[in-house]
Ligand binder design. Structure first.
Ligand code: ATP
Length: 229
């Protein structure tokens, strides 16, 4: 469903992403783990087309990631949710429906807002929402287009414990619904219960790519350290 081959992204002379290749199969949930500055956001932004890659090939559903066909297949949920201060929650859904030409959107929007416990917030303005609620609005907007692939960039940052629990529940539901998901994070705990596999990024290189159980064994054997080191 996602194929990244020899991706390079340089900022000036610095290689932020250093010739990485990986694939995600349909329905897989994969964590992109690494410390600050490892290159997670840069990788995500290159994949979704927010940053121009320096070189390499990225295919989504077999199509070039910048093609209209590929863009119909995925949604991106950034670390700071795109929520407009002066639009209500319901108006966000309407805006996305209009932008994507989705005609029959109201029932789906109602269903999503109910599922994400936002139905009683439908008339609230974006500026009056907490970070957790903003993230849920962002996810509802993303799901309204019925994407097959979801990219989450650092979804747990700035959330309180209740919102973190909620986000984990949302991930589990999305996984059960068969979505393909790539989640970038520097906290293994945020993806431990749902990720089929973890890719560890360090200084722009993939230095590990396996199940969490296997990676833990490797790290313990090699260094006596932990995955988050
Ligand atoms: P974080 O969680 O801190 O965002 P990250 O793993 O997502 O970390 P990136 O933000 O992708 O890492 O950054 C990778 C490298 O690229 C870092 O060394 C960073 O300083 C550098 N970098 C990121 N954005 C820019 C930019 N716009 N201009 C120059 N260098 C950048």
């Amino acid at each position: 469903m996602l194929s990244v081959t020899n991706l390079v992204k340089t900022y000036g002379k610095q290689n932020a992403v250093n010739d990485i290749s990986f694939e995600l199969q349909g329905g897989e949930v994969v964590g992109l783990l690494g410390p600050n500055g490892a290159g997670k956001s840069t990788t995500m932004k290159c994949i979704v087309g927010l940053l121009r890659k320096t070189s390499g090939e990225i295919l989504i559903g077999g199509e070039d990631h910048l093609s209209v066909e590929a863009k119909r297949l995925f949604s991106y949920i950034p670390e700071t949710p795109y929520v407009y201060d002066l639009l209500t929650v319901q108006e966000h859904m309407q805006f996305i429906a209009q932008a994507y030409g989705i005609k029959e959107w109201k029932d789906k929007a109602r269903e999503l807002l109910e599922n994400y416990e936002l139905d009683d917030k439908a008339d609230k303005l974006g500026r009056d929402l907490s970070k957790g609620m903003r993230q849920k609005v962002s996810i509802c907007c993303a799901l309204l287009t019925d994407p097959k692939v979801l990219f989450f960039d650092e979804p747990m940052i700035g959330l309180d414990p209740k919102a973190i629990k909620n986000t984990k529940r949302i991930f589990r539901e999305l996984k059960e619904a068969g979505k393909t998901i790539l989640v970038s994070t520097h906290l293994i705990d945020s993806v431990e219960s749902i990720a089929d596999r973890i890719m560890i990024l360090k200084d722009g290189n993939i230095v590990g790519n396996d199940t969490i159980a296997n990676l833990k064994i490797q790290v313990a054997q090699e260094e006596g350290g932990t995955l988050e080191d």
